[in-house]
Design a protein around this ligand. Structure first.
Ligand code: VIB
Length: 214
């Protein structure tokens, strides 16, 4: 079995919990409250900025030029198109760019950055694989159904388009190319930990009063 598939198999219970998350179920049933979506977008904007740094660490530790080139392309796309997307949406929807982050969103950002600072190339790639693979899975499911809010529809659409699919698949195959089978248990633990943090992250916009106690 490919190492990436072994990781997915070992992480199946937590991955299934994320895919059955209230946030995902609400989008699939076209009933995600607008205020929840807008708070979520504010937390997301902060994470996309963190993702630029995460990919910068991955670029620095990349084993070859092909990987470096790919990762530089990812950083460029995040800086040149994702960040402007958030700036534009925040302005249109009246979301404050400095919306305070709840503890769960801060914990996710902090731990992802920590893995990037301290981990090996495959550790970083696995953390981002965890973050992207489940987005692809739930976005495909959500995209097949009706989504009334055009902004939410566009957001889900971003995660089923060819660019995002290629990115998630690149991460998966980078694990298979560069990881050693002896790394599997450590990488599966990273995948599980990141997915647990994702579950908490997606719970946060439902409980904005957590921001007060932050
Ligand atoms: C909390 C959170 N987790 C995962 C994703 C999926 N995702 C979409 S773009 C991107 C960064 C660069 O490819 C990632 C990880 C997300 N958006 N937000």
């Amino acid at each position: 079995m490919a190492i990436s598939d072994d990781i997915l198999a070992r992480a199946a219970p937590v991955l299934d919990r994320m895919l059955a998350h209230r946030f995902v179920e609400d989008i699939c049933a076209d009933r995600l409250p607008r205020d929840v979506f807008h708070r979520y977008l504010a937390y997301e904007g902060a994470f996309v900025e963190t993702a630029i740094s995460i990919f910068a660490y991955a670029t620095a530790r990349a084993p070859d030029m092909a990987a470096r080139r790919w990762l530089i392309g990812v950083q460029s796309a995040l800086a040149e198109s994702q960040i402007p997307y958030f700036e534009d949406r925040f302005a249109q929807l009246g979301i404050a760019p400095d919306t305070p982050l709840p503890p769960q969103a801060r914990a996710f950002d902090k731990r992802m950055l920590e893995i990037a600072e301290r981990g090996s190339f495959v550790d970083i790639v696995t953390a981002m694989f965890a973050a992207e693979w489940m987005y692809l899975a739930w976005s495909r499911r959500a995209h097949a159904g009706p989504i009334s809010d055009p902004d939410l529809r566009a957001w889900v659409g971003l995660h089923v388009d060819d660019t995002f699919v290629a990115q998630a698949e690149w991460l998966k195959s980078a694990i298979d190319t560069h990881a050693d089978p002896a790394d599997t248990a450590r990488l599966a633990a990273i995948f599980v930990e990141v997915t647990e943090l994702e579950i908490a992250f997606h719970h946060a916009p439902y409980a904005p009063c957590d921001e007060v106690s932050a």
